[in-house]
Design a protein. Structure first.
Lengths: 394, 219, 231
């Protein structure tokens, strides 16, 4: 006729505003929690994808270069350090190495880009080996260079969009006033390649009057000992070796710090929500002492009352949790955007990856924590003695 | 002790700045999608409207405002088709609505235009009647960009409005009246000069469709 | 102590002492009495006379300080051992139905649900169909889906009576059942109780201030200072 569940549920309807506010609290905290857990997984996956999309796992560059590369971006390529191109040959024969590609980074100052001028960055890449390192590149228009000395350029998606370039159009290398023909425009990759202009290595060397390179990209064979290779590369004169696995670990460490902070906020939010649950349920127990006493005269055992009150907690937490997780699903892309704004380095693709398994896990956490916080009010309700509660009326 | 240990040290010292570099580089291509925004809106608005007190930014696009018929109308008024893969119906336009106190003082609007060697960004500041207060090219890749970006070139446009450009044919590069008097300071860059004028006409037509026609319609 | 056939409740030397601060208050002072099956007993007395304390002890809502109580020949209290809440509950749901001055209906449940409430916790065999039958018997069949806030005080007490009877108790304990009702409604509730006693043979133990109501029962007991004065 009437189940305990209905009794509990209808009791929550008694103070609708209070129940609603409590629900909102639980909802928000479960939203934060599930998004955070989803971010945990999504971010690492996205970062791995980004690093795979580099095409190479190791980079060799002149000592001091990372600092200078940053300066290059900021100050326009003054003080770049170079390495000899012959170094490529000494690396390519090592047994751990799958592929090697030489790269020359150059930056030219364009005074007519915005007010103070801007930097135009060019990547000189080997027409033969570089494309094989990036087999995942898809062309929106055109294709790779026709030969290794061609006055041609391949543009990343965003670079082409900014410059309104299509295949067949010309671009002008600032400072040098050299014209190049656009032969290919790449599809969006979600990586820094989108903003890059690729030029045949020899062409860029000729334009800038340099016969050296800045970087060597190395693709390590699967199952090869990358650490051993790194150590060997350090024996080369005046170079630095950068491993993207290490870069990834460093970024993950940076992100972990941020994550710990956000996680603490999520935990605090959850504690507040749970304090709200305890308050709501305890208040409703105290308001109903006499009714609970009457239930006991009717034959309700302490355990029955305990379960009744606990059921109220369960209803609150599970519906708030489900609503919050629903919100997280709906607004996953929004969370993505927020996270992207907050984070220093955000890889492409989905950052907040929520699936059913994760949703159920979060729900379980919310419900368990909710049930824990429901114990005290439920226990207190179970202990109410009928006589005391009825007599308290006077 | 200069063997393994110091390599480890170098590695550790290296990885952190490189990670930072990646962060930095990744932040760069965040340069907008296909729209045309002011480089530094706060500074630019204050420069173009010295007595302004604030501004509001809004975004619109032809496909949001009138779809295919509006596109055809704009093309008809322009006297040229929209072409290329970047001049499309869904290009977002950023309109800066400038205020002086509670009074609206005017608008700033820029459009992208394909130039000979790269994208050209043509901005105008307009008063409430649609007259050009100032004209300038925010970005242009060309050997002769300096001349076209010179304020002396921009000043020739002050006081003109859409009406002056109605007879301008962007395909032939021929206009009449005050528009015909505008001098190209860089005869070598005729293509970019015409591109800038086409962009300006398109800019004024879009502003008329998006803003002024609606304001005229008000009782 | 032995109880003869037909004796429902038998108390001997029931005493209840409350502690208030450092003072002992002897609310009930060695009361002995027998209530037979099918009897309608009314307790009257000024407030503080101990009548509610006695009814609470008879109804197993409380443990006595000393004394004995037998229920249908079975010893409930005695030998100084207090019963746990759980044991008291088990006795209560088997034997008793209770109604109170403040009806204690649950405001968010309908009339029908309020009456069915005890069945959510304990269901005595034979209670099927009792909810509708009782509500019809008490003239509430047209109010089944109303909420307590939508019916009158007299109707609320009828609902409370139906709720007390849904598990077919042997004894109905009524503590000031008409305390919150006007004369007219009080009389109606009195009639209902009298009717239940006569036609269904329900044993009723009632506490009241209302002399008219008290006289409805076959037996009237006055209480003063925790002792009985049977008239």
């Amino acid at each position: 006729m009437i189940s305990r569940f209905q009794i509990a549920y209808k009791n929550l309807l008694r103070k609708k505003a209070r129940t609603l506010l409590t629900l909102v609290g639980i909802m928000l905290s479960s939203w934060v929690l599930v998004s955070l857990l989803g971010f945990n997984r999504g971010y690492e996956a996205a970062l791995n994808r980004d690093i795979d999309n580099m095409g190479y796992q190791l980079m060799v560059m002149a000592k001091g270069c990372p600092y200078e590369a940053a300066t290059m971006m900021l100050q326009g390529g003054t003080g770049l350090r170079y390495i000899e191109q012959s170094m490529v040959d000494s690396i390519v024969h090592r047994s751990e190495v799958d592929k090697v590609t030489p790269i020359l980074m150059q930056a030219f100052f364009d005074p007519d880009k915005g007010d103070g001028g801007g930097i135009a960055g060019y990547f000189g890449v080997d027409a033969e080996t570089f494309p094989t390192m990036k087999p995942f590149f898809r062309f929106r228009q055109g294709g790779w260079f026709h030969d290794e000395q061609a006055a041609e350029a391949v543009m990343g998606y965003e670079a082409a969009e900014l410059e309104q370039r299509e295949v067949g159009d010309k671009i002008l290398v600032p400072e040098k006033n050299v014209q190049l023909k656009v032969v290919g425009i790449l599809e969006r990759t979600g990586t820094q390649d989108d903003g890059t202009i690729f030029v045949p290595l020899k062409t860029l060397q000729k334009i800038s009057g340099i016969d050296k390179i800045t970087t060597i990209g190395i693709k390590v064979k699967k199952d090869a000992d990358s650490a051993k290779l790194e150590a060997a590369l350090y024996q080369l004169p005046d170079v630095q070796v950068v491993s993207f696995t290490q870069v990834k670990q460093t970024i993950m460490k940076l992100v972990a710090t941020a994550r710990v902070m956000v996680l603490s906020i999520a935990i605090i939010a959850m504690l507040i929500a749970m304090a709200g649950v305890v308050n709501t349920i305890l208040m409703s127990v105290l308001e109903r002492l006499q009714e609970i006493g009457i239930l006991k005269t009717m034959g309700a055992m302490p355990g029955d009352i305990f379960i009744l009150v606990w059921t109220e907690t369960l209803i609150l937490c599970s519906s708030g949790g489900v609503a919050g997780i629903g919100l997280a699903f709906v607004f996953a892309r929004l969370s993505d955007i927020l996270v992207r704004r907050v984070l220093p380095y955000a890889p492409g693709g989905e950052l907040v990856a929520i699936d059913l398994k994760l949703a159920l896990l979060t729900l379980a956490v919310i419900v368990v924590v909710g049930l824990l916080s429901g114990i005290y009010p439920a226990w207190k309700a179970g202990r109410v003695r009928p006589l005391e509660s009825i007599r308290s009326e006077g | 002790m200069r063997g393994e240990g110091s390599i480890q040290m170098i590695r550790k010292a290296l990885v952190f700045p490189l990670a930072l570099l990646l962060l930095l580089v990744a932040a760069l291509p965040a340069l907008g999608a296909v729209g045309c925004d002011l480089n530094d809106p706060d500074r630019d608005v204050a420069r173009l409207f010295p007595d302004s007190s604030g501004y509001k930014t809004s975004y619109t696009a032809i496909d949001k405002r009138g779809g295919e018929p509006l596109l055809r109308e704009v093309e008809k008024r322009l006297g040229d088709r929209f072409h290329g893969i970047y001049e499309t119906i869904d290009v977002p336009y950023t309109i800066y609505e400038v205020y002086s106190g509670r009074r609206k003082a005017g608008y700033i609007h820029g459009v992208n235009q394909k130039g000979q060697f790269g994208g050209i960004q043509v901005f105008v500041a307009l008063d409430m009647e649609g007259r050009i207060k100032s004209f300038y090219i925010q970005k242009m890749t060309s050997q002769w960009a300096k001349k076209l970006r010179d304020p002396r070139f921009g000043r020739q446009f002050a006081g003109l409005s859409l009406r002056d450009f109605e007879a301008y044919d962007p395909v032939a590069g021929k206009g009449s009246g005050r528009v015909a008097e505008i001098r190209n300071p860089a005869p070598e860059a005729e293509a970019d000069f015409r591109a800038a004028l086409r962009a300006l006409k398109k800019n004024l037509i879009l502003m008329d469709e998006f803003v002024y026609s609606a304001e005229r319609g008000k009782p | 102590m032995t109880t003869g056939n037909g004796v429902s409740l038998a108390a001997r030397g029931l005493t209840r002492v409350y502690r208030r601060g450092s003072e002992d208050i002897r609310a009930l002072d060695g009361v002995s009495l027998q209530i037979r099956r099918g009897e309608f007993v009314s307790f009257m007395g000024t407030s503080g006379s101990g009548k509610t304390t006695l009814v609470n002890l008879l109804g197993c809502l409380d443990n006595p300080t000393s004394g004995e109580l037998e229920l249908a020949g079975r010893s409930i209290f005695g030998g100084g051992r207090a019963l746990s809440e759980r044991e008291l509950t088990r006795i209560r749901r088997e034997v008793f139905g209770y109604i109170f001055q403040n009806f204690y209906l649950i405001p968010t449940l309908t009339v029908r649900e309020n009456v069915a409430l005890p069945l959510a916790f304990y269901r005595k065999p034979g209670s099927e169909g009792e909810v509708e039958r009782l509500l019809r018997l008490l003239g509430m069949e047209h109010r089944l889906d109303h909420l307590p806030g939508q019916i009158s005080g007299g109707e609320m007490q009828r609902v409370a009576i139906a709720r007390a009877l849904v598990n077919r108790p042997e004894i109905l304990l009524a503590d000031e059942p008409t305390g919150n009702l006007d004369t007219q409604r009080s009389a109606e509730i009195g009639e209902i109780l009298q009717d239940l006693n006569r036609s269904a043979g329900l044993t009723i133990v009632m506490v009241t201030h209302n002399p008219g109501l008290a006289r409805l029962g076959g037996r009237l007991i006055e209480m003063r200072d925790g002792r009985l004065h049977e008239g």
